[in-house]
Design a binder for this molecule. Structure first.
Ligand code: GRF
Length: 221
């Protein structure tokens, strides 16, 4: 059974493209059944169309409130019957009702080593804090922002002279590998998302898996 993925994005869509490429290489037994965005002109929707994937925009200004917009967008997501929703650069806060509608079936990739730096400007915040390392996290979406159980992380060293831009640039390829690997485990049935957190190989994951130098996810004992 091919896992049905719905992707939510607001930006250029490089994480989406990484998934499209992994699927076409045969590295990921999944199908992207729809890409959804709040930004009709974003790169992610253009990439979806180029790949022949349904691309649906729901512009907030067309709706009376955040809740009504969420309801409309997530009803369209539900209509494609996804097994898993992947937020990859979706830049709107998702209402609690929408999160609860898909609790346990929605993950997000966030460019920080959560629980550090939920929210925005994560690269700059890591630099300002003088962190020796930075990274990205794939986590289960819960109503609180960027606060759900973390499935896996990728880490990079912060280098002397790094700017927020150079850090983001160096992190992005790691994000792509992290997201593809997380979905490979999920699609392979090795990872499950439950109410009490992430389950890996049939038991609750005590701490996030880590992406190693061979781009594989490993448990850290
Ligand atoms: C990524 O850095 C992701 O971690 C963050 O937004 C960015 C999306 O980039 N949430 P892209 O649209 O996938 O290129």
């Amino acid at each position: 059974m091919t896992v049905r993925l719905a992707i939510l994005a607001s930006g250029r869509g490089s994480n989406l493209q990484a998934l499209i490429d992994a699927i076409s290489r045969g590295d990921l037994q999944a199908g992207i059944v729809g890409v959804f965005s709040d930004k009709p002109a974003c790169g992610a929707l253009a990439k979806a169309r180029a790949a022949g994937i349904p691309a649906i925009a729901c512009e907030p200004r067309d709706y009376a409130s955040r809740a009504v917009h969420d309801e409309a967008l997530f009803s369209q997501v539900a209509a494609v019957q996804p097994d898993l929703i992947v937020c990859a650069g979706y830049m709107r806060l998702i209402s609690e009702a929408a999160v609860r509608r898909f609790l346990g079936r929605m993950i997000n990739i966030h460019p920080s080593l959560l629980p550090k730096y939920p929210g925005l400007h994560t690269h700059r915040r890591a630099l300002e804090a003088g962190d020796a390392e930075h990274g990205a996290s794939v986590h289960m979406v819960i109503p609180a922002l960027d606060a759900g159980p973390v499935l896996a992380q990728a880490r990079i060293a912060v280098l002397p002279g790094d700017s927020a831009e150079s850090l983001a640039h160096r992190l992005l390829p790691q994000e792509h590998a992290l997201l593809v690997e997380c979905l490979r485990l999920y699609c392979g049935g090795h990872v499950a998302i439950a109410d009490d957190g992430i389950h890996f190989q049939g038991r609750r994951l005590p701490e996030p898996l880590q992406l190693d130098d061979h781009q594989h996810l490993r448990e850290m004992h």
